[in-house]
Ligand binder design. Sequence first.
Ligand code: ARG
Length: 460
Amino acid sequence: MTAKAWGGRFEGQTDPRVERFTESISFDARLAEVDIRGSTAHARMLAQVGLLTDDECQAICTTLAEIGREIATGQFEFKIELEDIHMHIESALIARLGDIGRKLHTARSRNDQVALDLRLYVREAIARIDGLLGELQAAFVARGGSDLDCIVPGYTHLQRAQPVVVVHYWLAYCEKFQRDRERLADCLKRVNISPLGAAALAGTSLPIDRNCTAKLLGFSETAANSLDVSSDRDFVIEFVSCLALVAVHLSAWAEEWILWCTTEFGYLKLPDAYTTGSSIMPQKRNPDVLELIRGKSARVIAAVSQLLVLVKGLPLAYNRDLQEDKVALFDAYDAVAACLELAPAIVAGAALQRERIARRLEEGFLDATALMEYLIRQGVPMRSGHEIVGRLVALCEAQQRRLAELSLVELQAACPLIAAGVFDVLGARNAAAALVSLGSGGPAAVSKQLAHWQARLKIE
Ligand code: ARG
């Protein structure tokens, strides 16, 4: 039987089923690295304020590093009787250093320890997700130069609306992921606050220096209220909420590309490495990776409510319920990171089916709005222009023709203000070129946006 670190007042043994029920080592072992970093800083601070000698501190730090290496290389044995990662590391330290090891937990509780570990972990998770989002943006921007000549239908209600340069789509995703990055940067401000020294809930009578550990660990602040910070998981919920938005953006992108890869659209072909075949239908080329990117958003969205429900009825301060925060956090983080690891290669490898796109580009009256705006320039009130073009579209539909195929005489019959210059805005390519407003999908505006993104992400 392994003696419990908290076993002093107990006579009976813990029921093994309770051990299995209460353990978290099966999911918190990944905190080992941050736990050791936090404990090392704690030991240094204890030495600075005289609660450890320099030699004791040295022995603790060296041994913690050794334990860390063993864990990292899989040479460390985990047992559920030791509950969680904090107990594993501390008991290994005590097994190696005896009484010196028994001093590490001075002026600390697992409550502030686990809060610290999570903050350190989330801080790094934010940096990783931010980096991955940057790589995904870069993949979209890197396509920009060669895709600038490709005009595609823009849709509303998934109905053909107005033509845009396809790069306008790529950069639209970049904007969304940029907001995700900004939200993460803002979230980091509230993550990067040290809880250490809150101890169990009330602080301590011992002469600790909380600002010292905060500084050693690179925190920008020390939390002001021990009760608050030992119960606070806002930062986890906030981070997972940021992840949920990333997941939703990824999912919507995946959905769009799944559509674009269908025979019905036929705009894109995915690289072989990111599609799978069917076990029964030999012709199939399924976008499984995109489908799973879309599918994994479900668990990330669910994690947000899981966490909110977890904390909604908790009295101050630490309650064991909080142990469950890690399940939702890690699951959401792993899912989003896995999607982001694959997404850039899909973006880079997808081939635009330019001919297929061009062949059907004149379907759906993508130039109708351009014609209406031409009429406005000719002095026709907008609502009248809308009506005139509507009638012309109906005429074309009845005769299976396109607006650009109408003769000047036919066009002038609908509106005498129409002149020969009208043909400069008719046809999808002309209609796209006519889009010039700031942030629009026309070639000049999109080139400008692309240059901005290339400079921002330092891409040639
Ligand atoms: N494994 C626990 C958790 O993740 C660590 C904190 C335990 N604290 C306690 N007082 N039992 O929340």
